[in-house]
Design a protein around this ligand. Structure first.
Ligand SMILES: Cc1cc2nc3c(=O)[nH]c(=O)nc-3n(C[C@H](O)[C@H](O)[C@H](O)COP(=O)(O)O)c2cc1C
Length: 207
């Protein structure tokens, strides 16, 4: 079982990467082979809207790293997307990546039957995390993946994906911030739940 994590943060190895690592560590503990890809390391040109992928499941742009990334996606059983919130949205890197996967969807959903999930991190407590998760989950569903969330048999703590915040507390009108997502126990627990749900569904689908 292979699980691929794709980080859309413009900063490698920071909060979103740590959340994706938490997903992958839990998935690995349950037996998955895992890989984290940082979009910041990939040269991906913007979609040219040439519409050639409406006729053939192929992208007309060949001279960048999207082909290599597509191979990783096609080889994976599970794909987890991570993006920090930028303006209540996903990042430019994540959106650019999404656009360039259109050829995997228009003629046939080449990723159909895989399992997907999403994580996000933002500065503010209500900084747009739900919007960013919704955008990534809608993308995964449109691509034919089965999307998992953070539900658990024990109940409680349900979210449509894992979400973190830098917000810590407010005292005497002064806001204090976490040092990083490692101090956000809820976000890390949601990452682990997402991983458990992803692994369980992949196992069920594989029979
Ligand atoms: C261009 C830009 C826009 C941002 N917009 C928001 C926002 O709308 N809401 C929010 O809470 N945080 C916003 N942030 C803060 C990031 O979401 C936050 O710093 C996050 O932890 C970054 O994730 P990373 O550590 O993985 O890079 C923004 C940051 C940048 C650079």
């Amino acid at each position: 079982m292979k699980i691929l994590a794709i980080n859309g943060s413009h900063r490698k190895g920071r909060n979103t990467a740590a959340m994706l690592q938490a997903v992958l560590e839990e998935a690995a503990r349950l037996g998955a082979e895992t890989e984290l890809v940082e979009l910041a390391d990939y040269h991906i040109k913007p979609c040219q809207a040439c519409n050639k992928c409406l006729a053939k499941p192929e992208c007309s742009i060949k001279d960048d790293d999207m082909g290599a990334l597509a191979e990783k996606m096609l080889a994976a059983d599970g794909i987890v997307l991570g993006s920090p919130v930028y303006w209540a949205n996903v990042t430019t890197y994540m959106k650019n990546f999404m656009d360039r996967t259109r050829w995997m969807h228009m003629v046939k959903n080449l990723l159909h039957g895989k399992v997907g999930g999403a994580v996000t991190h933002a500065g503010l407590r209500n900084g747009g995390q739900e919007f960013a998760l919704e955008i990534m989950n809608r993308f995964l569903a449109a691509q034919g993946l089965y999307v998992v969330d953070t539900r658990d048999q024990e109940g409680g703590l349900y979210n449509s994906g894992a979400m973190g915040t830098m917000f810590e507390s407010l005292a005497d009108g002064k806001v204090s911030w976490k040092k990083g997502v490692h101090e956000d126990a809820l976000a890390i627990e949601e990452c682990r739940r997402l991983a458990r749900n992803m692994v369980a569904l992949i196992k069920r689908l594989k029979g």
